[in-house]
Design a binder for this molecule. Structure first.
Ligand code: THU
Length: 175
């Protein structure tokens, strides 16, 4: 935190300046990951291949490793009424919550590929998926590792969902 003196409408004010940053790791390929994470990404790739995305042709797969060792997968499910579809990450995390209630999520791997051109870089989750994943992370009070990949190639690894959703809304604001 930094304390600054600034002029506002000709008057001197004291404000705080805050900086939010986080670290992530980038690997050249999924083969460089820990064995369990490489395997989790392979589950995500399989899930991606089963995505139902006839409208965007953008196929996303997610695989979740739970603390009980179970793996739960999800893929994006689209709909002719576009907003009725759901992202892969939320399909997976809601499935995990429904099938294994109260079982902590250790890691989630996500991969995306497009039929319209190669997805060369890791694809980060949309805002709604970040918010949904964060709900589970906050609930379990243990960070969820997030591993991201495009079709193949470089992989990004974040150690917590909270890192990628700074200033998040959470239940503490509900009073
Ligand atoms: N999609 C995901 O599955 N996850 C994301 O985080 C971003 C977007 C899906 C939703 C839709 O089916 C397609 O990708 C194009 O937006």
């Amino acid at each position: 935190m930094q304390v600054l003196f600034i002029l506002v409408n000709g008057k001197m004010k004291i404000v705080e300046k805050q900086k939010i940053s986080f670290e992530l790791t980038v690997y050249n390929s999924k083969e460089e990951l820990l064995t369990d994470e490489e395997s989790l990404m392979s589950y995500a790739v399989k899930a991606r291949e089963d995505a139902y995305a006839p409208y965007s042709n953008f196929n996303v797969g997610a695989a979740i490793l739970l603390e009980n060792g179970e793996i739960v997968i999800g893929s994006n499910q689209e709909n002719a009424a576009y907003p009725s579809g759901l992202c892969a990450e939320r399909v997976a995390v809601f499935y995990a919550g429904a099938k294994y209630p109260g079982v902590a999520i250790k890691k989630i791997a996500v991969t995306a590929a497009s039929e319209n051109g190669k997805v060369e870089t890791p694809v980060p989750p949309c805002g709604s998926c970040r918010q949904s994943l964060l709900e589970y992370e906050n609930q379990q009070k243990e960070p969820i590792v997030l591993i991201l990949m495009g079709e193949n190639g470089k992989v990004m690894r974040c150690t917590s969902i909270s890192d990628i959703l700074p200033l998040a809304f959470n239940k503490s604001y509900l009073g």
